[in-house]
Design a protein around this ligand. Structure first.
Ligand code: NAD
Ligand code: MG
Length: 398
């Protein structure tokens, strides 16, 4: 593999930092071309000094100005500003790989720019795929870009497929290759065993205290509602071109198995490992080779048990909402994603309670007309409309 020049969208986040950690272990293989962040100047400054990217993009104008002022004289990094610049550092001809690790809908445009430019795209930003589905896959097929899943479950599933299917992300025919089911596993999050009547009083810090994974705030709350598994269900549908009967969700509290593929002959292939995102990150960056990630091997002698249960729909209404929306059409999943982003932000700000996240998602899906979304512009306009409706409904709730 020749030297890979990489752009990291969302470099200051949890996935971004883990990606830089993997890069630091392979200085001869990777060179940082661009790092991007929204507003976090302090962390970006440190990253620029350490990794010397050609470009640092700050979406926020004031943050970009501050970064320019604070970068030391000899630093070779050029600071760019605004959302448009995110697309520029993805499509630049010098770039080989893009780690798409912005959280939420803000990641759609730059991730698509990377796809359209035919790059190798390492997809952590599941919301981008959830909100655009078939349109995203169409762009992928057209550009012949390479899409590799970083989300640990999807990366696990990918690893359990044949090399032939691995070349057909988005268009593969599971049935024709002897695959019966994909088993998407999830830990169940911090509230798996909480008495149901205590759910509504849960605080942001309780929701963000995931038992197995350390992650950004938004995905941590999504894990507590299990909408994260719902978004991953939709993500899996698109990545692996699934039919409804080919996709199942299973709770596995220990997070040792990261997902499984069941073949027609009775074989089940699973990918296992420590719950550390550096494993799927390193896998996607080095694919098809294997290299160190900094993660220790599993010690099976110290694993006392692996257990599995069906998800409880009463406890996790968001999971059922997502599974329904998945087969309802693009507008349903776009609406669910946008509503959830607004609801989680409001929950983290103390404006709504934990169980109101699911209530709001349900209300929006019931009330709104779901149009046909035939192009990305229509997706983006509908996403904005859903956010306005969500805000109005939340004011009525508070
Ligand atoms: P995070 O909150 O830690 O980091 C988010 C990053 O996105 C930051 O660098 C931030 O500056 C940037 N960002 C936020 N809003 C932005 C905007 N409007 N415009 C441009 N940049 C913006 O999030 P994370 O936990 O690293 O998750 C990133 C993505 O990866 C999410 O889509 C998440 O679902 C997915 N993911 C994360 C994990 C994990 O372990 N953290 C695992 C699987 C998938
Ligand atoms: Mg995941």
């Amino acid at each position: 593999m020749k030297l890979q020049r990489i752009t990291i969208l969302g470099a200051t986040g949890s996935i971004g930092q883990n990606t830089l950690d993997v890069i630091a272990q392979h200085p001869e293989r990777f060179q940082v071309f661009a790092l991007t962040a929204n507003t976090n100047v302090a962390d970006m400054l440190t990253l620029c000094q350490r990794h010397q990217p050609s470009y640092a993009v700050m979406v926020d104008t004031r943050a970009a100005e501050q970064l320019r002022q604070q970068l030391p004289g000899g630093c070779r990094t050029e600071v760019l500003v605004g959302a448009q610049a995110l697309e520029q550092v993805c499509a630049a001809h010098e770039v080989d790989q893009i780690m798409a690790a912005i959280v939420g809908a803000a990641g759609l445009a730059p991730t698509l720019a990377a796809v359209r430019a035919g790059k190798r795209v390492l997809l952590a930003n599941k919301e981008a795929l959830v909100m655009s589905g078939q349109l995203f896959i169409d762009e992928l097929v057209r550009s012949q870009a390479e899409l590799l899943p970083v989300d640990s479950e999807h990366n696990a599933i990918f690893q359990c497929l044949t090399p032939e299917l691995q070349q057909q992300v988005g268009t593969m025919q599971l049935h024709a290759h002897g695959i019966q089911h994909i088993l998407l596993t999830g830990s169940g999050g911090p509230f798996l065993n909480l008495p149901l009547d205590e759910l509504s009083a849960q605080t942001p810090s309780a929701a963000c205290a995931h038992p197995n994974w350390t992650m950004g705030q938004k995905i941590s709350v999504d894990s507590a509602t299990m909408l994260n598994k719902g978004l991953e269900y939709i993500e899996a549908r698109w990545l692996f071109n699934c039919q409804p009967e080919q996709l199942q969700v299973l709770i596995h509290p220990q997070s040792v198995i990261h997902s499984m593929v069941q073949y027609r002959d009775g074989s089940v292939l699973a990918q296992m490992g420590q719950p550390d995102m550096r494993t799927p990150i390193a896998h996607s960056m080095l694919y098809p080779e294997r290299g160190v990630s900094g993660v220790n091997a599993l010690d099976f002698a110290r694993i006392s048990e692996l257990t599995f249960v069906q998800p409880d729909v009463q406890r996790f209404p968001c999971l059922s909402l997502a599974q329904q929306a998945c087969w309802q059409g693009q507008a349903a999943t776009t609406a669910l994603n946008a509503t959830n982003e607004e609801a989680v932000a409001a929950f983290l700000n103390g404006q709504i309670g934990f169980t109101q996240i699911a209530q709001l998602c349900d209300q929006v899906l019931q009330q709104m007309d779901l149009p046909n979304l035939e192009c990305i512009q229509a997706v983006v306009a509908f996403d904005q409309e859903v956010r306005r409706v969500s805000q109005t409904l939340m004011r009525a709730m508070a």
